[in-house]
Design a binder for this molecule. Structure first.
Ligand SMILES: C[S@@+](CC[C@H](N)C(=O)[O-])C[C@H]1O[C@@H](n2cnc3c(N)ncnc32)[C@H](O)[C@@H]1O
Length: 560
């Protein structure tokens, strides 16, 4: 049944406005990355493909022949939310005109009043003012910051409804953008939800600042006097604001012990803001820039371990000492480090690192392997669901298990996927651009006594013709790219390499669908001939309450 798709005529589709196949590839040169879709194009693509409104806005007339009136900035209008775009914005239609508006925090099925904030090409953006009638699955968000913080845009929706929406988004993008049409029904697997939709994150990064962002809802309650006192803030950046911090008392995505540390640091630093001044992004002055809290598990006992990282503008351990002493009293804290960053701006990556208390790393266990995590190393942020994800990758790889196969783990990070397969294969080759991640991967192999894994540092957007000479021909290739997906040259190289199976792990269904289309259907304009059959697409929810979706896709080589 699936095999038939390869030879069958491809489903035709109307060409969306901003993302025709011709426009997508017209700018590609051999040295350029496959043009990553702009966020706007991605969204519109999603909007245009994902629903039955392909013709909703390009035309200048309503069905009755009446011309569309573009809404004006500042206008408050009644609208109905039809679906969610990948970035979590509600795709709404103005009730009178059917004009499409993207509205933050609008939920599918909700009727609402929203204020137009800007016009963007043929659609508008709006800010929700009030709900007229909620989504059937609307719930009261458990987090006090849910309506103001940019992180959990979907907390107002029951978790089962979140999963349904995400599953539908993947299905639509795979069928339309990936051009798998009705066959998507047999390819798609049901979404795998997260057992614990709260407390799942093992890393949260908070910022210090001098400007507290006061949400509209609180503004009316505050006296003028209180409004003037914005000299200290610790929390998350207000949505779209680099300079304003929404003070966070407790984040439900992290563990209770991490919230204890956050509250303690909030309290201490607010009291001692004169000695420990928060960083001011306008004047580039101040000391405290970021608080990063990471968590892990002790391998033998499974006990929670916390690493607290203070990112400061310079190195001054004496200044930090009283704060470090307080934090170290929290029983779960096993490491306090200080990363210094003197550069202008807000990055939390340090130039130099100093251990102020305890160890320099914490550990995490994934599917029986132990991984060391340092302050700046990449690690999956939902480790329990990462175990689920990696098991799905192993299923998709359908290893023989006789130790004969070669696995190529592209975009390997700290080696977690490849290392978790190493016990069942002949050799794993990992490829990754970040040198520190490669060093971590090598250390992780050593720590777990794995001797059949080799990790190579290199940029997969700049591969040359001799790329495949660096390792024996792989039987299975795993790709786990960042949001922009695969470079066109890498797709060409995979098609030339012809591994029996490709497992594509994606954090962006839109670019994943684009790449699956190329690997299976090919693209005559670029002389790419697809030689793979898409066997399955498995959505996995790694980040409940956020718009993010992960997918594991299995592809099998076909003889042509
Ligand atoms: C989504 S992460 C996956 C990491 C790993 N597979 C895991 O599960 O932990 C993507 C990884 O690709 C790496 N990466 C991004 N662009 C790259 C490039 N052009 N060449 C090689 N690696 C790249 C990133 O540094 C990151 O470690």
């Amino acid at each position: 049944m699936l095999g038939a798709i390869q030879g069958a005529a491809l489903p035709t589709r109307s060409v969306p406005r901003l993302f025709s196949r011709a426009s997508l590839f017209s700018t590609v040169s051999s040295t350029q990355a496959l043009p990553s879709l702009t966020q706007e194009a991605l969204f519109l693509d999603d909007e245009g493909f994902a629903k039955d409104n392909d013709n909703s806005q390009p035309q200048k007339q309503q069905p009755g022949g009446k011309p569309f009136t573009f809404p004006k900035k500042g206008q408050q209008l009644e609208m109905f939310c039809e679906s969610l775009a990948f970035k979590g914005k509600g795709v709404c239609k103005i009730v009178d005109s059917g004009f499409v508006v993207l509205c933050d925090r609008a939920l599918p099925g909700e009727r609402l009043i929203a204020q137009i904030t800007r016009k963007k090409g043929s659609y508008a953006e709006a800010m929700k003012i009030k709900t007229i009638s909620p989504h059937d699955d609307a719930v009261i968000a458990p987090c006090e910051h849910a309506n103001d913080c940019g992180g959990c845009k979907m907390q107002n929706l029951s978790y089962s409804a979140q999963l349904r929406i995400k599953e539908k988004q993947v299905f639509e993008v795979i069928s339309r953008l990936g051009r798998f049409g009705s066959a998507s029904g047999t390819i798609m697997k049901g979404i795998v939800g997260c057992q614990s939709p709260f407390g799942y994150r093992n890393k949260m990064e908070f910022s210090f600042g001098v400007k507290k962002w006061i949400p509209k809802s609180e503004l009316e309650e505050l006296s003028q006097m209180e409004l003037c006192q914005d000299e200290f803030a610790l929390g998350l950046h207000a949505p779209g604001r680099f300079d304003k911090i929404l003070s966070i008392n407790k984040c439900l995505l992290q563990q209770d012990a991490a919230n204890k540390v956050l509250a303690l640091v909030q309290h201490f630093c607010e009291l001692h803001a004169d000695e420990l001044p928060p960083y001011n992004t306008f004047t580039n002055t101040g000391f405290l820039k970021h608080l990063v809290i990471r968590s892990g598990r002790e391998p033998e006992t499974g006990a929670l371990q916390l690493m607290v990282n203070f990112v400061t503008s310079c190195y001054d351990p004496t200044l930090l000492q009283p704060l470090v002493e307080q934090v170290a009293r929290v029983p779960e804290v096993v490491s306090v480090v200080n990363n210094t960053n003197s550069r202008v701006g807000n990055t939390s990556l340090g130039e130099e690192e100093f251990v102020l208390y305890g160890k320099s790393t914490i550990t995490e266990c994934i599917n029986g392997l132990v991984f060391e995590i340092s302050a700046n190393s990449f690690f999956q942020t939902n480790p329990r669901q990462a175990e689920v994800l990696y098991s799905l990758v192993e299923d998709a790889a359908t290893l023989k298990g006789d130790g004969s196969e070669i696995v190529l783990d592209l975009f390997c990070g700290t080696g977690t996927i490849g290392l978790s397969l190493a016990g069942r294969v002949k050799h794993v080759y990992g490829y990754e651009v970040v040198p520190e991640a490669i060093a971590d991967a090598q250390r992780n192999a050593l720590r777990n006594g794995i001797t059949n894994a080799t990790f190579v540092q290199g940029d997969l957007n700049k591969i040359r013709d001799n790329f495949a000479d660096q390792f024996p021909k792989p039987d299975i290739v795993i790709v786990d790219p960042n949001r922009p997906g695969l470079h066109l040259n890498l797709i060409r190289s995979l098609l030339k390499l012809r591994p029996e199976r490709i497992v594509y792990v994606s954090c962006n269904p839109a670019t994943c669908a684009r790449d699956l289309d190329l690997l299976t259907h090919g693209l005559p304009e670029t002389e790419i001939k697809g030689t793979y059959k898409l066997l399955s697409v498995q959505p996995v929810d790694m980040f409940p309450h956020t718009p993010h979706i992960e997918c594991v896709c299995s592809l099998e080589l076909i003889e042509v």
